[in-house]
Write a protein that binds this ligand. Structure first.
Ligand SMILES: C[S@@+](CC[C@H](N)C(=O)[O-])C[C@H]1O[C@@H](n2cnc3c(N)ncnc32)[C@H](O)[C@@H]1O
Length: 193
């Protein structure tokens, strides 16, 4: 990893930052999905601030984050039922204990991996999800259109797409509208660039 991801999180301390605004949108979209205990995956979870405060008691969640400082912060904030793995989120292996998940977060992922990896990851999501499972994802700028197309081509229905005109971030919510695929461990999804 070459980037200072701990420093990247500092923008969350400014309530007017684009990152803070994105967080509000992600939470708004997530709240109704967490209306009862759920099985949840967060890929590249950072410090988990999007999902951890909203998790209903009785939920089972796996957050996967490579950076040990951020993973420790997430672990500190995590209620019972949450496992924070300091691990590579780019294979299916760390999700074995929670798949099939009802809710999956891929926030801050697709902007940091090549197109081929984005396509491969989205194609593999039906193997991590329960029937009707929902994905919340983010991507900056016009490339979000490509991500929407990939979800559509993989059998997802778009529930919402937020694109504020005065910001570059985009937040999509897609529900699996076909049968899930069986879970397979050790499948490579992506590698961060
Ligand atoms: C853009 S940040 C997004 C963090 C969080 N999802 C959010 O939206 O606030 C990307 C995160 O991915 C983590 N990361 C990078 N490569 C990873 C990998 N291979 N496995 C797990 N996490 C990784 C970074 O440490 C960083 O916390």
């Amino acid at each position: 990893m070459t980037r200072d991801w701990v420093g990247w999180h500092d923008d969350y301390e400014d309530p007017g930052s684009s990152l803070s605004r994105r967080l509000e949108v992600v939470r708004e979209q997530l709240r109704p999905l967490l209306d009862r205990p759920r099985r949840v995956i967060s890929m590249c979870a950072g410090d988990g601030r999007d999902v951890l405060p909203l998790l209903p008691a009785g939920s089972q969640a796996v957050l996967v984050e490579w950076d040990p400082v951020l993973a420790a912060r997430a672990r500190e904030a995590a209620p019972d039922g949450v496992t924070v793995l300091t691990a590579d989120a780019g294979t299916t292996t760390p999700y074995a204990s929670v798949a099939p998940a009802e809710v999956l977060l891929a926030c801050g992922v697709f902007g940091n991996i090549p197109y081929e990896d984005t396509a491969r990851t989205i194609a593999a999501l039906p193997s991590l999800l329960a029937p009707g499972g929902t994905v919340i994802w983010t991507r900056a700028g016009s490339e979000a259109g490509v991500v929407r197309d990939l979800f559509a081509a993989t059998g997802f229905t778009e529930l919402s797409f937020t694109a504020p005109p005065d910001a570059r971030f985009r937040v999509g919510v897609h529900r699996l509208a076909r049968d899930p695929d069986p879970f397979l461990p050790d499948v490579r999804l992506f590698t961060f660039v």
